[in-house]
Design a protein around this ligand. Structure first.
Ligand SMILES: *[C@@H]1O[C@H](CO)[C@@H](O)[C@H](O)[C@H]1NC(C)=O
Ligand SMILES: *[C@@H]1O[C@H](CO)[C@@H](O)[C@H](O)[C@H]1NC(C)=O
Ligand SMILES: *[C@@H]1O[C@H](CO)[C@@H](O)[C@H](O)[C@H]1NC(C)=O
Ligand SMILES: *[C@@H]1O[C@H](CO)[C@@H](O)[C@H](O)[C@H]1NC(C)=O
Length: 123
């Protein structure tokens, strides 16, 4: 399975260009980094899940609870993004537009979900 290069490149740029370093980051920068990452994850789940319905998951051999689980993860990302935005208030940086149109099937999606989750854990 070859995952779309663009998403891997994007993940790498978030992880390496934006990751908080040991020093020199204030609270606002750290929260904005978290917001940026959460925006990316939120876009990934909402765009992909609007494209792949229960039948798409079933056709790829996934049981009925797989999509439901991803829907809950996506809702958590949306809540986290809203919370971070409300904490930051006027200090929130404008959110980027992420386009995950290259995620073309549920296998790409499940693989991509591991990539976007790992960005958050690697820092
Ligand atoms: C969010 O991350 C992307 C990808 O690295 C970067 O291009 C963008 O400048 C970041 N946006 C903010 C608001 O930090
Ligand atoms: C997919 O749907 C069919 C028809 O409802 C069902 O028999 C099958 O068990 C489903 N596959 C999975 C992996 O849940
Ligand atoms: C924005 O950041 C400044 C400096 O860190 C801080 O004094 C201010 O309270 C912040 N405003 C909000 C709405 O968080
Ligand atoms: C995402 O990119 C594709 C081409 O890669 C384009 O066709 C599509 O309109 C874009 N979607 C959005 C919401 O910008």
């Amino acid at each position: 399975m070859i995952f779309p290069y663009a998403l891997i490149a994007l993940a790498a740029s978030v992880a390496y260009a934006q990751g908080p370093t040991a020093s020199g980051w204030d609270d606002t920068q750290i929260l904005n980094y978290a917001l940026n990452l959460t925006d990316l994850q939120n876009a990934f789940y909402s765009q992909s899940l609007s494209k792949f319905d229960t039948q798409s998951f079933n056709s790829s051999g996934y049981g009925p609870f797989v999509r439901t689980g991803f829907v809950q993860i996506g809702q958590n990302k949306a809540s986290q993004a809203a919370l971070l935005g409300s904490i930051l208030g006027a200090n929130a940086t404008a959110s980027c537009t992420y386009n995950f149109s290259q995620v073309s099937n549920t296998a790409d999606f499940t693989e991509g979900s591991q990539i976007v989750e790992n960005i958050g854990e690697s820092n």
